[in-house]
Design a protein around this ligand. Sequence first.
Ligand SMILES: Cc1cc2nc3c(=O)[nH]c(=O)nc-3n(C[C@H](O)[C@H](O)[C@H](O)COP(=O)(O)OP(=O)(O)OC[C@H]3O[C@@H](n4cnc5c(N)ncnc54)[C@H](O)[C@@H]3O)c2cc1C
Length: 409
Amino acid sequence: MTESLPVFDLLIAGGAASGLALAAAVKQALGDGAAVAVVDPAPPPSASARPPLRTVAIAEGPRRLLERIGAWDAIAPKAQAIMKMTIMDGGVRDAVRLPHLAFDAPGGGPLAYMAFNDDVVAALAALCGRLGVVRVGASVAGFRPGKRVAELALADGGTLRARLAVAADGARSKLRALAEIPAYGWDYDQSGIVATIAHEYDHEGVAEQHFLPAGPFAILPLPGRQSSIVWNERRADARALIALDPDDFLRQLAFRFTPKLGEIRLASRVEAFPFRFQVARRFVGERLALVGDAAHVVHPIAGQGLNLGLRDVAALAEAIVGPMRLGLDPGAPSALAGYQRARRFDVAASGLGMDLMNRLFSNDLGPLRFVRDLGLRLVDRAPLIKDQLMIEAGGAGREAPRLLRGAAL
Ligand SMILES: Cc1cc2nc3c(=O)[nH]c(=O)nc-3n(C[C@H](O)[C@H](O)[C@H](O)COP(=O)(O)OP(=O)(O)OC[C@H]3O[C@@H](n4cnc5c(N)ncnc54)[C@H](O)[C@@H]3O)c2cc1C
């Protein structure tokens, strides 16, 4: 009976930032030449839902991708440019923590942009609607790859067929599990406490990362006199901190927060997100590709999680759009192998780099502190290394896929 169902070229499980960006990139390049659907049980975020909380730092390469596919104009008015980033090492109660490393944008432009994840997802969902991406409000519950198409069973009893299925359904990806692709990694005994803080003085676009004994404490500028914090603590301590009443929480926060921004107050709810490191054994399977958190979860120490996801999107879109233009099969093993080759090394290197950085900085051992402070100061005095680090973090180098360089597919 399923033989009579229409066949999508691309069927994406997961309608958050990675899945929607992929749908929009392919649809924008191919228009009516591609039938694309996104399946997600959750509706896209709306202004009437609860206020956004979690933020993402969007690096230059992923920003160019968002601009090229037509989403950036809707995100930009709600985003804050990061003009400078300073990194400090110190104790919780140190009155002054000296900056050890400072990054200014090469060429004077922004280093990255801060935005609420919900605003990015809402902009991409609206764009997908305009481009004619089909949205199905359901969960993927079954996956059967076949010679020419894959069949995806939905939890509501429906079935969809596609030449290529994409798992963009997050860290606990159901589709990855259905395809029996294992994911390896480890839990950090750390959670990130996230909140929006209103402050007395202007942040002037400066982002600060304080390396405190329990882990990094980031102050990330938002539009107006507001900043988002990502405050790492051991899981049990994070649970205890978010259970405090708002005045006590604010007192604990004030010990860690920069005095430069004056009086502070809570401007949102407070939530804690557990951190882990996880990489899928393979990024592709039969008629299947994995993108975003479904493929990898990294420590947010350098704000790279979604950036890596958008780098997957750029590489996968480039791997399949060319063959699709020629009428070839987007789920063919050759296209998928090209995608996997393009991504596995970048993801493993970035993920392990962030893991190492977190381990190096989440402690208060004297000798280690001496070595890392020396390292930070050395890097700070080496402009070439700093520029290279920024280009790498931006994901927009000369070898990057076309969308990350702002070029059309
Ligand atoms: C505290 C914190 C701070 C962060 N800061 C940054 C940062 O500064 N910069 C950055 O780049 N990244 C950051 N990240 C990481 C970033 O938020 C994630 O990498 C990104 O949101 C992952 O997007 P995604 O689309 O891959 O997955 P998700 O956002 O997890 O979306 C998965 C989607 O799949 C849907 N879904 C689930 N199951 C099914 C199913 N069975 N069928 C269909 N759909 C399904 C869900 O409803 C959801 O919409 C941070 C993360 C945290 C926790």
